[in-house]
Ligand binder design. Structure first.
Ligand SMILES: [Zn+2]
Ligand SMILES: [Zn+2]
Length: 378
């Protein structure tokens, strides 16, 4: 604990939405609940696991009814959470980045002991349709000011149409913070240490995400090698909780920024020899098919400055691959090791010693958080 921190015992609601057929234990939601439990008086933590499957019209109705029942249950005890954590654990479809909402009905052929059941195929929805059904029956009111964790494969953030729709949904539902991950074959269990740190720093100690993001990144080396982390923050939007002491003091010394905007930050881990600018080195050399044969070629003329280009050669056949630093990745580098100097702006860092250089490349974009006129506001 630091002198800035506090212990928050405010009421918190955790909604864990899990696609039927996905194992809920793969998600860090239960870990979140277990860490929170000791800090919350008995009635200050509500955790609900919602197994969803709305692949048919009939199943959609069932899901809506289930949500209505949950809202009724929360209303009955007069639960008014100051924080809402929403975890969505599903798959996203490869080509368009749509999200799996459920399954078609199972098919059965034959009778008696000859009966063969073929499971129904998955049904994917566009991101907005997916949310429209998932957050229905009154539960959508809890999305306002919540933190949303999207534990789905990275297609949703890689396909620009799907990602734009996702951002629109965040604005429409007035979600304060959201996290998504870029890995094509995403493994949710690798987020556990990141989520642990989030629970401790943000939910228990009461810091704001953007102030402690470095603490969350530094404890997540395995997630770092797996996926880029996308954090979306809507500033000055609706929030459920009162300002913290720190924020209150800051507000007195800073000019309050009344702008309502959406800040999208992408954190990509880069390791000089293993993950150049966040890219995964191919397992095999495409030319000679040898396994793991890559040598990083250090450019002799620029050995001391972080370059914009990184070359690797196959030890066996000398085949080379070149990676370039993306322009948008160039802004800031956090937590660099093996370098010395300022990480801001030009990214001119000076090498220090012989350790491999690692760090988080950060790209930040800001856009208006105003909602585009839409006739079907949920
Ligand atoms: Zn998947
Ligand atoms: Zn080779």
């Amino acid at each position: 604990m630091t002198s800035r921190s506090q212990i928050c015992s405010d009421p918190i609601l955790v909604l864990h939405f899990v696609l039927r057929t996905v194992d809920p234990f793969g998600s860090p939601a239960a870990v979140m609940r277990d860490i929170l439990q000791p800090y919350k008086p008995k009635d200050h933590l509500q955790y609900h696991e919602i197994i969803f499957d709305f692949g048919t019209g009939e199943k959609v109705e069932k899901h809506v009814k289930m949500m209505q029942a949950l809202v009724k249950q929360l209303d009955k005890v007069g639960f008014d959470p100051e924080r809402v954590e929403v975890i969505v654990y599903s798959h996203s479809e490869t080509a368009r980045g749509d999200i799996w909402g459920g399954f078609e009905p199972d098919n059965s052929v034959g009778r008696g002991k000859h009966k063969v059941i073929t499971p129904g195929l998955p049904v994917a929805y566009t991101v907005d349709d997916f949310f429209k059904v998932l957050f229905s029956g009154g539960i959508e009111k809890y999305m306002k000011g919540s933190t949303l964790w999207m534990l789905v494969c990275g297609h949703m953030v890689r396909e620009s149409n799907a990602f734009d729709t996702f951002k629109d949904c965040i604005k429409r539902y007035e979600i304060e913070h959201s996290f998504a991950f870029s890995a094509e074959m995403f493994h949710a269990c690798l987020t556990t240490s990141f989520v642990n740190a989030y629970v401790e720093r943000v939910l228990v100690e009461g810091f704001e995400v953007q102030d402690v993001i470095q603490d969350l990144l530094i404890v997540s080396p395995r997630l770092a090698m797996h996926a880029a982390i996308i954090h979306i923050h809507v500033t000055n939007g609706f929030r459920r909780r009162l300002p913290t002491i720190v924020e209150y003091t800051q507000g007195l010394t800073r000019t309050p920024d009344a702008k309502h905007s959406m800040v999208v930050s992408t954190y990509t881990f880069s390791h000089e020899n293993l993950r150049p600018f966040g890219n995964t080195l191919p397992y095999q050399c495409p030319k000679c098919k040898c396994v793991r044969t890559w040598d990083h070629i250090v450019i002799a003329s620029k050995p001391f400055v972080l370059s914009d280009e990184s070359k690797f050669a196959c030890r066996k056949c000398k085949h080379t691959i070149t990676y370039k630093r993306q322009h948008h990745q160039a802004q800031v580098i956090l937590h660099f090791q093996g370098y010395r100097g300022t990480s801001n702006g030009s990214g001119k860092l000076v090498r220090k010693g012989n350790t491999a250089a690692t760090g988080w490349l950060v790209s930040v974009t800001t856009e208006s958080a105003a909602v585009a006129l839409c006739p079907t506001v949920p």
